[in-house]
Design a protein around this ligand. Structure first.
Ligand SMILES: [Zn+2]
Length: 269
């Protein structure tokens, strides 16, 4: 079970492991917490700009999410249906129904219901900073950890991360493509967050290069979102080279599988 904040997060950070699990006959469950209404609209219309209709954006992103799940052969898609809260500091943080404003216990209770129904051996979500500081990612982390504590079902829990070594190479590739992270809206109001971890702190490195084309296709299903376009511009081969190993920190384990490991299901097979 992968718990993500928005439609498209499943592709960028866990597309490889979801596709690999599917190929190995492991049932996968994607839980997407928000509707993505604060994303870009058709034609690249930015949230808050004239013509940006949050309800229409959410409907478009729902279709994109289903196409991504088809590419990754996700077994079950579950939507919590909260409103996308937007980036930290946006007025949408406090809008009625926004995920950021929902009490953790309330959303955790709903997620716990899904955990009891599907009984996942492995649960994947973000770290305390939501990987890069987005409020919905932070909330997804809090809700997931609370739901795991309520159910005590998963044998293993992971947080997604990125190795500092790989991020340097990725930054270089994006610069070559003319993308400057400092100009993206992600960092508009704040200095770039410290994301990822030193390589030595990463517990789990999963080689998903054989599934690079599926991960690319899943991200391509979300091409309406401007931040995905730079990755798509790399083409499948380069994308797979740069994004083909997915990394995690293991934060709960009842199997005793030795670390570092190269398989989310080590100790469970
Ligand atoms: Zn997201």
């Amino acid at each position: 079970m992968a718990v993500h904040a928005h439609p498209d997060d499943e592709a960028s950070s866990t597309g490889g492991v979801l596709a690999r699990c599917a190929a190995e006959g492991i049932t996968t469950v994607l839980v997407t917490c928000t509707d993505g209404r604060c994303g870009d609209g058709p034609g690249g219309i930015k949230p808050g700009a004239p013509g940006h209709d949050p309800v229409a954006v959410a409907a478009m992103r729902r279709e994109e999410l289903e196409a991504s799940c088809a590419a990754l052969k996700v077994t079950h898609l579950e939507l919590l249906g909260y409103a996308d809260s937007g980036m930290m500091g946006w007025p949408s943080n406090d809008a009625p129904g926004s995920f950021w404003g929902v009490p953790v216990a309330e959303a955790a209770d709903r997620l716990a219901g899904l955990i009891r129904r599907y009984r996942p051996d492995v649960v994947v979500t973000y770290d305390e900073n939501g990987f890069y500081g987005h409020p919905d990612h932070i909330q997804a982390h809090r809700v997931t950890m609370a739901a795991v504590a309520l159910t005590d079902v998963p044998a293993k829990v992971y947080w997604t991360t990125a190795p500092h070594s790989g991020m340097a190479a990725l930054g270089e590739a994006l610069r070559e493509l003319g993308v400057d992270w400092a100009e993206t809206e992600m960092t508009e109001d704040a200095p770039p967050p410290q994301i990822g971890l030193p390589d030595a702190e990463i517990t789990t490195w999963v080689d998903t290069r054989a599934f690079g084309a599926q991960k690319y296709d899943a991200l391509a299903a979300h091409a309406s979102q401007s931040e995905n376009i730079a990755f798509l511009r790399m083409g499948k081969e380069r994308f797979t080279d740069l994004m083909g190993v997915e990394t995690f920190v293991r934060v709960r384990d009842t199997t005793g599988a030795p670390l570092p490991e190269d398989d989310l299901f080590a100790g469970l097979r």
